[in-house]
Design a protein around this ligand. Structure first.
Ligand SMILES: Cc1cc2nc3c(=O)[nH]c(=O)nc-3n(C[C@H](O)[C@H](O)[C@H](O)COP(=O)(O)O)c2cc1C
Length: 393
């Protein structure tokens, strides 16, 4: 659901590497590989990750679109080499000489794209599906999202994420709906936590829950929130279903592997409450302009930003691959079997939160470009400053 930007990612989980092209960002964004790498490192972290993240040390290579540390307005292409490729050079080779070098996967794993993918594409080897359906691909979304994030920082917009629950262990999340919250402080706490939770006591309990799940051969999912501060009112639009910003954000966050629900602001809780308790009343002072004392709407009304922080919550299902064997059916023999365990994450909610930060950054960068146009940073900033000036007049 990008309108001004275009993003295509490519690459298999155990292929040579991952690539993407992002087009539509203006000239004049200062960006360096190190900045992107810091975001990639955040995606690789989190308590309960599996062996793969220990093998990979994602480092981006900017192939085009940037000269001397500044975007030129031309398509930006990025590359991340898969370190694990050295173990898969024949098994994932493009060269037909290596056909059948490794056995076909004929046993689709429940909870994965395997079965629907082999049926849809008429494959006889589920590896042709799982190599792409794997969340390894999200490294590229984080890389592209990092550039969008850098772009947004020029407009004083900051993006944060917080893990709110893992399994049945949940942290208090009232701070999300208080527009006066110091999100940066909460974020610093979350960054120090191995589960990305702002509450250190709850973080310990979350880690214990992950340890218990691991010992029992099980896996866990959870909830997280992404908060974006500094968005001016009027991004997105009420005039058409596909222009609504809430819809575009939900699309982008739901598009992350294993995300099963997205909420804007109080979301599901709103349905249980009465109207008198859930609307954010409007206030105004000459100094502050329009403001709200609560932010249950999560910064979006009528499909548009209303000037309050954006609050997007999402639910991630438990990791499907687990040590406890799950029943499935061989696609060739049609015999039932119990799935064999392969190295896998126990819990990846913290990583999913970082990926969602990237997706939210891309959507808001896109909406900003839609509203303010422009091919260069200078031009967009002129348009933006003129609008901000009009708002405060
Ligand atoms: C960051 C991240 C890491 C993941 N790691 C694993 C993993 O190690 N093993 C696994 O079975 N699923 C993992 N998943 C979940 C699968 O990618 C996902 O459940 C699967 O592709 C099916 O997609 P769906 O649940 O969206 O239908 C991960 C997801 C994310 C977002």
């Amino acid at each position: 659901m990008l309108r001004r930007l275009r993003l295509l990612t490519a690459g298999e989980s155990h292929g040579k590497g991952l690539a993407c092209v992002i087009e539509g960002l203006p000239a004049g964004i200062e960006i360096e590989e190190d900045y992107i790498n810091r975001q990639l490192k955040r995606r690789q972290g989190g308590y309960g990750r599996g062996g793969r993240m220990k093998i990979e040390d994602d480092q981006v290579e900017i192939l085009s679109g940037v000269r001397w540390g500044v975007t030129m307005g031309s398509p930006i292409s990025l590359l991340i080499h898969n370190k694990d490729w050295k173990n898969w050079q024949q098994g994932m080779s493009t060269d037909p000489t290596f056909k059948n070098y490794i056995p076909a996967i004929t046993r689709p794993r429940p909870g994965h794209a395997d079965l629907a993918g082999v049926l849809k594409y008429r494959h006889r080897d589920a590896r042709n599906v799982l190599e792409r359906s794997s969340a390894r691909e999200t490294a590229m979304r984080v890389a592209a999202g990092a550039i969008a994030r850098k772009f947004l920082s020029s407009f004083d917009m900051e993006v944060y994420s917080f893990v709110l629950s893992i399994g049945s262990v949940a942290a208090e999340d009232d701070f999300l709906f208080d527009p006066k919250s110091d999100f940066n402080s909460f974020y610093r706490l979350a960054e120090q936590s191995e589960v990305r939770c702002h509450d250190s006591e709850i973080s310990k309990q979350m880690k214990d829950a992950i340890d218990r799940a691991s010992a029992e051969g099980d896996t866990l999912g959870g909830h997280f929130a992404v908060v974006l501060t500094g968005a001016p009112p009027g991004l997105g639009s009420h005039i058409q279903w596909d222009l609504r910003l809430d819809a575009r954000l939900a699309y982008a966050v739901m598009g992350i592997q294993a995300i099963k629900a997205v909420e804007i602001g109080k979301g599901l809780e709103m349905a249980k409450s009465s109207g008198s308790k859930m609307m954010d009343e409007i206030h105004h002072t000459p100094e502050e302009g329009y403001y709200r004392k609560t932010n249950y709407a999560g910064g979006i009304e009528g499909g548009m930003t209303n000037g309050m922080p954006l609050v997007i919550k999402a639910a991630m299902k438990p990791i499907p691959t687990q040590k406890r064997p799950l029943g499935s059916v061989d696609i060739i023999t049609k015999e039932p079997f119990k799935a064999v365990y392969e190295r896998s994450d126990i819990c990846a909610v913290a990583a999913a939160a970082v990926i969602a930060e990237a997706m939210v950054s891309l959507i808001i960068a896109d909406a900003l470009l839609e509203k303010f146009g422009g091919d260069s940073m200078a031009e967009i900033l002129e348009n933006y400053n003129s609008y901000v000036g009009y708002l405060s007049a």
